[in-house]
Design a protein around this ligand. Structure first.
Ligand code: ATP
Ligand code: MG
Length: 725
């Protein structure tokens, strides 16, 4: 057999890993050294050369995007479709198992997945039901607690409060939350993993079946597995499975979600005789980028330690841009993206990476204004938008009446005269009778205790859902979606809405119909197209917002960029307090994790890397001043080109934010931009005013003007087009 295509384009160490004998293997190597490549080639090697059946392979990766890419790569190596191959994320694979074995897993057949937003809402509602003091019990903390326990594989009955009252209460909340989920057939993300683990633990035959089937277990990004994921893999491997795992301790960035980099050492103990292979040559980035990444990560203490090198050219300097504020940052980036496209490059080769999701909005706005198509991965996603969740809630109810989250979301949306008091009574009834809100509605709709208007409103609501469910039966999936958004009154509701977003919301609802039309379920799955679509919506939030075929700029958090690579990368908002994140600065472990994230960010870039930061930023509605991130300072100067040296500005005394800047000589203030204090000026939009203050110089200069009618404003001089009066 001709094996060369599979071994082509691999160096010696990579080849050694791909062709290793069938025993446990661990590849531990830095960013861009070909770990994922080795994994895909190994899969092809096993099938093509070792004669393994595609069914005997299970491959786990970290994101849906990575899974799709891996499937594509394996298919092109094998030159045949790899649809039998189980490739997916831990969550996706767990979901698949639970759908197949819902009975053994103790779930209703039409169980629904809830995302973290739904989960939080459910917790809030539970607290309200329990009349718990919400200043004392913070819903997010409870959510964090519950997920943390699940990630460790622990149920309430496994937990001991050790006499701590606070902990006692948290355990009770966990118990209560779990009851609500059981009642509604709801499964959160952490539950998917835990259930899948329990499924195998408690059903010997099911486990034996999968152990026989999946002889080869391939895991990418192994450094970020949490306890339950590791336990799941170990159980699957049993005594006969052959795990092949690849990872990089320097890229462990999910400790806050329970990931344990220690699994790398544990693996070697749990699987005696593990062969360990290191890869040290980087093929992704220029020498300059690689050197910068190495220099940054060197500042971490807890590392296994490895050195990456490249044969590649030194490449361009890393460009650092000090923006005035977040809008200036965005417009700079837009300018560079235009240049990039004008030079004939694909937009999809450019990525904007940021620390926190909220940063994307300003970037998105600038891109929209500039007419540059973009796509946001992860983060605020199509399927998480309000109107989409409304529509999905109706759809879920047509499939599962006991889904309380969905019920409460739409019972009075659009308004149909069911007030908070009626909903409270429903809740109380449901609680007292340990039933769902839907059942409570059935009982109370004929109960004299409620007013006749409320009763008939409730009956109408129930009739509406039943009717929609009946009418949908004979329709195709996209017709069902279309039907439900109309029949429920949602579309009309958003059309009438005068809010600034209403137009987009209507478009989004229409987009949901197209998403359903384009949706292809997994033919292997034994569930209705609607349930498949709803699960897809919960699991794959983020896909489907921009047309897949459109060439567009990629936006995502640095977390979701793990494993990916782009010729052009912007790391945005690289400021102390934002990145490293404020809450990590004081904690050495937290700071090291942020630094690993920075390492991940830098090593996404192949040719060109921009790092931008803003001196002033408005985020979540508040303005703050920030210093460039300490990580920028860790990059050797000789690798860097400062595009716009930080300006020395005089800053008026705002309250709050620390004042940093040195004052410019006063003579210069008088002459900046040819304006002087007290000068009368006229602005195209704001009218007449008087200059109160300046700051900055050259293209950076801003001027504060007190306009007669529009009040005091700061304007960027070079854009303001002021006429001197
Ligand atoms: P990360 O740690 O970021 O996940 P990785 O170690 O998984 O990175 P890959 O994504 O597999 O690295 O590879 C990085 C890039 O280098 C890819 O574009 C890959 O095709 C290329 N590459 C890897 N090995 C070789 C090789 N031997 N020859 C040429 N290119 C290679
Ligand atoms: Mg990889």
């Amino acid at each position: 057999m001709d094996v060369t295509p599979i071994l082509e384009g691999l160096n010696d160490a990579q080849r050694q890993a791909v062709t290793a004998p069938q025993k446990p293997l661990l590849v531990i190597a830095g960013a861009g050294s070909g770990k994922t490549r080795v994994l895909t080639h190994r899969a092809a090697w096993l099938i093509d050369v070792e004669g393994a059946s595609p069914q005997s392979l299970l491959a786990v990766t970290f994101t849906n995007k990575a899974a799709a890419e891996m499937r594509g790569r394996i298919e092109s190596l094998l030159q045949m479709p790899a649809s039998h191959l189980w490739i997916g994320t831990f969550h996706g694979l767990a979901h698949r198992l639970l759908r197949r074995h819902w009975q053994e897993a103790g779930l209703p057949q039409n169980f629904q997945i809830i995302d973290s937003d739904d989960q939080l809402r459910l917790i809030k509602r539970m607290l309200k039901n329990l009349e718990a003091d919400d200043s004392r019990w913070v819903p997010r903390e409870i959510q964090y607690f519950i997920n943390g326990q699940k990630d460790e594989g622990l149920r309430p009955q496994h937990l001991d409060d050790g006499g701590d009252l606070n902990r006692h209460q948290f355990i009770e909340f966990y118990r209560g939350y779990q009851e609500v989920c059981e009642r509604g057939g709801l499964v959160d993300f952490a539950e998917l993993l835990l259930r899948a683990h329990e499924l195998w633990r408690d059903n010997e035959q099911v486990l034996a079946h999968y152990q026989r089937r999946f002889r080869h277990i391939l895991v990418d990004e192994f450094q970020d597995t949490n306890a339950i994921q590791y336990a799941w893999l170990k159980m699957l491997a049993g005594k006969t499975g052959i795990p092949f795992v690849v990872g990089d301790d320097d890229q462990s960035i999910y400790r806050w979600r329970g990931a344990r980099v220690e699994h790398i050492t544990r693996f070697q103990k749990d699987f005696p005789g593990t062969e360990v292979i290191k890869l040290e040559q980087n093929y992704r980035s220029t020498a300059t980028i690689l050197e910068a990444a190495n220099a940054v990560i060197k500042n971490n203490n807890s590392r296994m330690g490895k050195n990456l090198w490249t044969e590649g050219a030194s490449g361009e300097a890393i460009k650092i841009y000090s923006a005035y504020n977040e809008r200036d940052e965005a417009s700079f980036i837009v300018g560079r993206l235009r240049e990039w496209s004008d030079q004939g490059n694909a937009r999809a080769d450019a990525a904007l990476l940021y620390r926190s999701n909220a940063q994307s909005r300003v970037l998105e706005e600038a891109l929209i204004n500039a007419g540059i198509p973009y796509r946001v991965y992860g983060g605020l996603r199509f399927f998480e938008r309000q109107e989409i969740k409304d529509a999905l809630a109706y759809l879920r109810l047509t499939s599962n009446r006991d889904d309380d989250s969905s019920f409460e979301r739409v019972i009075n949306k659009p308004t149909r005269g069911i007030g908070a008091r009626s909903v409270d009574s429903l809740r109380a009834y449901a609680r007292a009778n340990a039933c769902s809100m839907w059942r409570a509605t059935g009982a109370l709709a004929s109960d004299e205790a409620l007013g006749s208007r409320a009763r008939s409103a409730l009956t109408n609501f129930m009739n509406l859902i039943e009717l929609m469910a009946r009418e949908c039966k004979s329709l195709d999936l996209h017709e069902q979606v279309d039907h439900v958004i109309q029949r429920s009154g949602l579309l009309e509701h958003y059309k009438k809405d005068k809010g600034e977003k209403s137009e987009t919301r209507v478009e989004n609802l229409e987009e949901l119909v197209s998403a359903a039309r384009g949706f292809e379920g997994d033919p292997e799955e034994d569930m209705s197209p609607l349930d498949a679509f709803l699960s897809h919506a919960a699991l794959e939030a983020g896909e489907g917002q921009a047309d897949a075929w459109e060439d567009c700029v990629q936006l995502m958090t640095m977390h979701s960029a793990k494993g990916l690579e782009f010729p052009l990368v912007f790391l945005c908002g690289v400021e102390d307090g934002l990145f490293p994140h404020q809450r990590s600065i004081a904690d050495p472990n937290g700071l090291e994790e942020e630094r690993r994230l920075c390492y991940v960010g830098i090593t996404r870039a192949m040719q060109t890397l921009y790092i931008t930061h803003a001196e002033q930023r408005r985020l979540h509605g508040t303005d703050s001043f920030a210093l460039p991130s300490r990580f920028i300072g860790e990059i050797p100067r000789e690798l860097v080109e400062e595009i716009r040296p930080k300006v020395q500005v005089t800053r008026p005394n705002y309250g709050g934010g620390h004042s940093r800047a040195a004052a410019a000589p006063s003579g210069q203030r008088e002459s900046a931009g040819g304006l002087r204090l007290g000068q009368h000026v006229r602005h195209g939009k704001f009218g007449d005013g008087v200059v109160l203050n300046y700051e900055g110089q050259g293209a950076h200069a801003r001027v504060q003007v007190n306009f007669e009618s529009a009040g005091t404003k700061w304007l960027v001089l070079s854009y303001a087009n002021l006429d001197l009066m």
